[in-house]
Design a protein around this ligand. Structure first.
Ligand SMILES: Cc1ncc(COP(=O)(O)O)c(C=O)c1O
Length: 397
């Protein structure tokens, strides 16, 4: 084993902080006993604060893919039409799942460098006077591309078309890292996962609901059993689960929520914004290109970097892993070999970013990828200036 800590700088799973690891490292308790009841109520309420909702949040012992399925099967019926935007690999996987479940997908194609096209969503909905489209599904932060979709604009598009479709949003790689407001933005189902901004191991996933989604669930006819909100929400009201919960991950979740709230959720978002900006400055100084084509859609949880033509990002990533024990995200599906992704989310600070960017810059040199030096320096100058401004603001207060 190499000395020192492995740098897990993929855009999730992220580094699990010691506090969360220690919280998980406890005996599993009876999930039908009073101690569990207190834990369950705490995390269910805590997750409402993270999603910014007053509606029920459902917690599944499953990876994010399970929560995708739960969102669809609880609210829709066989043959229902859903409108989806092809923003990248994860949007494409959600689309594939919808097809497998017997839904009819209307797809808005995309170039994997932009977020969902809200004007096109409005156009498609306006062209659907019979309201055959039952849901609009978008990925808030496309983990495969480092591009975000502005959810309030999607909400506006649905309202602009005066269309009753449900709005479903995947926040698996944005929750607890990028500003998100389930109720205020009028989202009906938000899908989340444990292994990214929440700083937990993989294994928990979430659905935040709305009155409209819960009403749709009463009429929905897709087969559901494990994912059924009805039994979950009824049991959760008293601190119980209808089947064995992932008790130790819930200990971790309680600790993670406490950590996020100690830092202050707005500060968590600001920290991610700062690290993303510093990363983009480094990328530009290296003379490389950020994959995201629209600055209004930059992701604060990861940055995807385009490889110069003729250079394979997997060979570069392999060099970084071999020399510096750091994992970077690969290019997925049609982006394989063409980009690499720097994860800067979760339990992450200025010096973690400095180390990460140093590993990237040295790796570019070792893999003979054409670039200029000075990316790390550009990032450090930005971080130093930000730290100076923050300490000035603290003194003035
Ligand atoms: C945006 C997004 N959606 C869905 C998923 C699938 O989640 P999981 O792999 O936890 O099942 C991921 C995984 O990285 C993701 O980033």
């Amino acid at each position: 084993m190499p000395a020192g800590r492995h740098f897990l700088q993929i855009p999730g799973p992220t580094n699990v902080p010691d506090r969360v690891l220690r919280a998980i490292d406890r005996p599993t308790i009876d999930h039908r006993g009073p101690e569990f009841q207190v834990l369950a109520k705490e995390v269910l309420e805590g997750m409402k604060r993270i999603f910014k909702t007053r509606h029920p949040v459902v917690i599944y012992p499953a990876s994010g893919t399970g929560a995708w399925e739960a969102a669809l099967v609880n609210t829709l019926s066989p043959g229902d039409r859903v409108l989806m935007s092809e923003t990248g690999h994860f949007a494409a996987l959600w689309q594939k799942m919808a097809g497998k479940l017997g839904l009819e997908v209307e797809l808005i194609p995309g170039d994997w460098r932009h977020g969902a096209d809200h004007a096109e969503i409005e156009k498609r909905l306006a062209a659907d006077p019979s309201h055959a489209i039952k849901a609009v599904c978008v990925v808030h932060n496309e983990t495969s591309t480092g591009v975000t979709t502005r959810i309030p604009l999607v909400r506006k598009a649905i309202d602009g078309a005066k269309h009753p479709a449900l709005l479903m949003v995947d926040t698996i790689s944005s929750l607890a890292s990028i500003d998100y407001r389930h109720d205020e933005w009028g989202v009906d189902v938000t899908v989340g996962g444990s292994q990214k901004g929440l700083m937990l191991p993989p294994g928990l996933s979430f659905n935040a609901t709305s009155d409209k989604a819960l009403a749709a669930a009463k009429a929905a006819r897709l087969a559901r059993s494990f994912w059924d909100w009805g039994e979950m929400i009824a049991a959760n009201a008293n601190g119980w689960f209808p089947y064995t919960p992932a008790t130790n991950l819930l200990y971790g979740l309680r600790e993670a929520i406490a950590m996020l709230e100690e830092e202050g959720i707005p500060n968590v978002y600001a920290r991610h914004d700062r690290h993303a900006e510093a990363t983009r400055r480094a990328v530009r100084a290296w003379g490389l290109e950020v994959l995201c084509a629209n600055p209004d859609e930059y992701s604060s949880s990861l940055t995807a970097v385009v490889m110069p033509a003729g250079h394979d990002s997997d060979k570069f990533r392999e060099a970084v892993l071999r020399h510096f024990d750091m994992s970077l995200g690969m290019g997925l599906a049609k982006l394989k070999g063409k980009i690499f992704r720097i994860g800067h989310l979760g339990d992450f600070n200025d010096l973690t970013l400095a180390g990460t960017l140093a590993g990237v810059e040295m790796g570019l040199g070792l893999a003979a990828v054409p670039h200029r030096k000075g990316g790390v320096q550009a990032a450090l100058e930005y971080l130093e200036a930000q730290a100076r401004t923050a300490s000035g603001a603290r003194k003035a207060a």
